[in-house]
Design a binder for this molecule. Structure first.
Ligand SMILES: [Cu+2]
Length: 469
């Protein structure tokens, strides 16, 4: 079959007939606020090595999927020393989509800082960007001059210089760190991380302690820099800076006590994160622990911008469970929003008219978006260079029609490796939804309706002369 060239694709999208809805009309919207040297400078920080799950003298206690921890090095005077290098990072959101972001220690987002209440911490920050930056220690009680607000608490750290922050940790809980200098640009490009302070004695120990930073980005298809000017058109929604299918699953043992610490430093959006098969309890925010009398069970926790939310639950349900933001546009990848609604439209006539101009053209979206990922997988539909399908990955029963801020919670009988996919769940017989049989329907007084014409199976089953399934 013939394929679109990338140029055809862009043309089609610009004309608004590319029903696949990639917002290529914004391809020229490159960020304009970068420093003069930042754009030409090669990445100075080496790509992250995620096989190193932590760096420091003490073992990490928190698992950051797709990320790592930094746990500090003991100095001769007893303080805990942490080193950060701020620089450009070639970051992969999901296989096929890489962008030039800004990060700490070669990672986007920066490593999860782990420390203990009462620690004296000394944090060295070396700026390898072409522009000034600072680090704000979000939620932590500290001397005003250590708070990291450029111009207010300190002069911003010039390119090439190293500043040191020092304070004593007087709380425990989940906090964050992020640039507080030109926040709009620097947070949009990824300069954020989680900061976990463990209590000296854990009153309520858990088996799995997981940290997830939520974020959103605008990367125009075909470009490779997040656009800091975006205010609502975010098209990459991430957990620990990865979009599904790039997110590592959360692997936990049956009946494990699980804690998940969510942070949100998205530019604009709150994220209601929903878990399947379980209910959790909100136990803390970045303001501190919530007294037991003030906690209630939920299946969705709203994580507002600039906040952390810590939930705990017992993973008492074996299986493969979804965990995702419940904003439906947040479980899509790289979609454009200014396109006509083609749902329910019979586009056969339009497709016939367009094909002389664009051979092989098929309007997407007639039956919703579930067609699209499969079309791309089948090779019917190319995507622009450096982009990923709007949604989906193959699952055990077909295509998982989710993207973006989505991951799988895999609850398994035996405790398993966090970092290794344990294989899909082996469902006990009789516990998977299936097609109803005429016999049981008749038994239960249910009439199996014959297919109506407008419910006819997708055109895709016959087009190009082969079946999609
Ligand atoms: Cu969301």
């Amino acid at each position: 079959m013939s394929r679109f060239s990338r140029r055809d694709w862009l043309k089609a999208s610009t004309l608004g007939i590319g029903g696949a809805a990639l917002g290529a009309h914004r391809a020229a919207a490159l960020p304009v606020r970068l420093g003069p040297t930042a754009t030409s400078r090669p990445a100075l920080v080496p790509a992250s090595n995620l096989s190193t799950r932590w760096t420091g003298d003490r073992p990490a206690r928190v698992h950051t999927p797709n990320g790592s921890s930094i746990t500090g090095r003991r100095a001769s005077d007893g303080a805990w020393v942490y080193e950060f290098t701020v620089g450009e990072v070639e970051h992969t959101f999901a296989p096929g989509l890489t962008a030039t972001c800004w990060g700490y220690n070669g990672q986007v987002h920066g490593p999860t800082v782990e420390a203990a209440e009462g620690d004296r911490v000394r944090l060295y920050v070396t700026n390898r960007l072409g522009v000034a930056t600072t680090v704000h220690w979000h939620g932590l009680f500290l001397p005003s001059g250590m708070d990291g607000v450029g111009g207010l608490s300190q002069p911003a750290i010039p390119p090439g210089e190293t500043f040191v922050y020092e304070f004593t940790l007087r709380q425990n809980g989940t906090f964050m760190y992020h640039s507080h200098h030109d926040e709009m640009t620097q947070i949009a490009l990824g300069l954020t991380g989680l900061f976990v302070v463990h209590p000296r004695r854990e009153a309520n120990p858990v088996d799995r302690d997981i940290a997830i930073m939520l974020h959103e980005w605008y990367v125009a298809p075909g470009t490779s820099r997040p656009d800091p000017n975006a205010m609502s058109d975010f098209n990459i929604l991430t957990m620990n800076a990865r979009a599904f299918p790039g997110t590592d699953p959360l692997v936990v043992g049956h009946r494990d006590r699980v804690r998940i610490r969510f942070g949100n430093l998205s530019p604009m959006d709150h994220h209601p994160v929903h878990v399947h098969g379980h209910a959790w309890t909100l136990v803390a925010t970045d303001g501190g622990p919530i007294p037991a009398a003030g906690q209630w069970p939920e299946t969705t926790v709203l994580v507002p911008v600039g906040s952390t939310r810590t939930v705990e639950f017992t993973a008492d349900a074996l299986g493969d469970w979804a965990m995702h933001c419940h904003m439906t546009h947040h479980v899509m990848n790289q979609m454009g929003h200014e396109i006509p609604n083609t749902t329910g439209v019979d586009s056969a006539a339009l497709d016939r008219d367009v094909r002389p101009l664009l051979p092989g053209y098929n309007t997407m979206g007639e039956h919703g978006m579930d067609e699209m990922g499969r079309h791309i997988e089948m090779g019917h539909m190319p995507v622009p260079e450096n982009s990923i399908p709007m949604l989906g990955a193959p699952g055990p029963f077909g295509y998982i029609t989710m993207g973006g801020m989505y991951t799988n919670l895999l609850v398994r009988e035996k405790p398993v490796d966090y970092d290794r996919f344990p294989g899909w769940y082996d469902h006990p017989p009789g516990t998977v939804a299936r097609a109803a049989t005429p016999e049981e329907a008749t038994r239960d007084g249910v009439r199996l309706a014959p297919m109506q014409r407008h419910d006819a199976p997708h055109r895709e089953q016959s087009h190009d002369g082969h079946s999609m399934h």
